[in-house]
Design a protein around this ligand. Structure first.
Ligand code: SAM
Ligand code: SF4
Length: 318
């Protein structure tokens, strides 16, 4: 599907739940989270129906996200069904990894290709603090299991937080020395009710290149990837920089998002949403609605002008 800026939209991110088993400080406020009412959440068969329509319109890559996708009941079944849609070339999941040890084998058998695991620190105390209660060992064991069953290539997503994990940049980069793993540093985005927390702790991804001078840029294979990739000399894995704030990559954006309550979001950083759930439940012309919406995909986000989205990240899916 081409949008009106000649971007080929071929990537759909599906959030399967707004709930999570962690409470990361940059993603969820401590209190006052109102969860989306149960009957407003898409049923698994509704998600599958929509996925099928998107694939028939040209979507080639699907990522399952959340909230935490592995806490959604029936997730393996959904993965199995979507995995059978044979026009999909890349089928991935973003997870916090807490339940990955338990589910990695099932995910692989159900047809998932690979996982991105979110991990912001390699120190248990700090992990417990930033996630408000998570156990680092669970995540590390989950990554190990994902590697064993072949959910590869594994990518780690590390949100850079000033004064929290900038001291660990070298340790994260060093993970790519001997392991075939990608570590991707993501700039903190001011989103939803944690906007001020994130604004106060933002650091530009430039700091990674300042701290690790040996990193050498790699030629981009996929222009639609938001990450610029680098490598250590002789490194087995790669280091990615995803910089939506300091270097917006809207020009090459190839993605749209389906939220757990059935809204189509053409831009992560815009409040504009199209209600696909109502159309689905009331027999609307979904193909037309989706095509029209993609035609109206905004040219770019306006973070730098102070336009922030109201939804919390956990209700969008990253
Ligand atoms: N629960 C899963 C996880 O943590 O991987 C999937 C959902 S989470 C919302 C998806 C991604 O968004 C994670 O990698 C997380 O670190 C990232 N994220 C959440 N809030 C963010 C923020 N304010 N700025 C940048 N990235 C954020
Ligand atoms: Fe949960 Fe992921 Fe948000 Fe952390 S980043 S609170 S794990 S949804």
């Amino acid at each position: 599907m081409m949008d009106s800026y000649e971007r080929n939209i071929n990537y759909l991110r599906i959030s399967v739940t707004d709930l999570c088993n962690l409470r990361c400080r940059y993603c969820m406020p401590e209190k006052g989270i109102t969860k989306i009412q149960h009957d407003q959440i898409l049923r698994l068969e509704e998600i599958y129906k929509l996925a099928k329509i998107f694939v028939s319109l040209g979507i080639k890559k699907i990522r399952i996200t959340g909230g935490e996708p592995l806490i959604r009941k029936g997730i393996i079944n959904l993965i199995e069904n979507i995995g059978k849609l044979n026009k999909i070339k890349d089928f991935a999941m973003t997870t916090n990894g807490i339940l990955l040890k338990k589910y990695a084998g099932n995910l692989k058998n159900a047809g998932l290709n690979r996982v991105n695991v979110s991990l912001d620190t390699l120190d248990q105390k700090k992990y417990y603090d930033v996630t408000r209660g998570g156990c680092l060992k669970d995540v590390l064991e989950g990554i190990e299991e994902a590697r064993k069953v072949g959910l590869a290539p594994i990518k780690l997503n590390t949100v850079l937080i000033s004064g929290f994990n900038d001291s660990e940049i070298e340790s994260f980069v060093n993970l790519t020395k001997y392991e075939k793993i990608d570590v991707r540093f993501i700039e903190l985005m001011p989103i939803g009710r944690t906007k001020n927390w994130s604004l106060d702790r933002f650091i530009s991804n430039r700091i990674v290149l300042e701290k690790v001078k040996e990193l050498k840029k790699i030629e981009r294979k996929d222009v639609s990837s938001p990450a610029e990739y680098y490598k250590l000399p002789d490194g087995r894995g790669r280091v990615g920089l995803i910089s939506p704030v300091s270097h917006k990559f809207c020009r090459n954006c190839n993605r749209v998002r389906l939220t757990a309550d059935g809204k189509l979001k053409d831009c992560l950083l815009s409040d504009y949403e199209i209600d696909l759930k109502s159309a689905l439940r009331n027999g609307g012309n979904l193909k037309k609605i989706i095509i029209d919406s993609i035609n109206n995909k905004p040219k770019e986000h306006n973070l730098e002008k102070g336009e922030y989205v109201k939804r919390n990240m956990t209700a969008i899916g990253g």
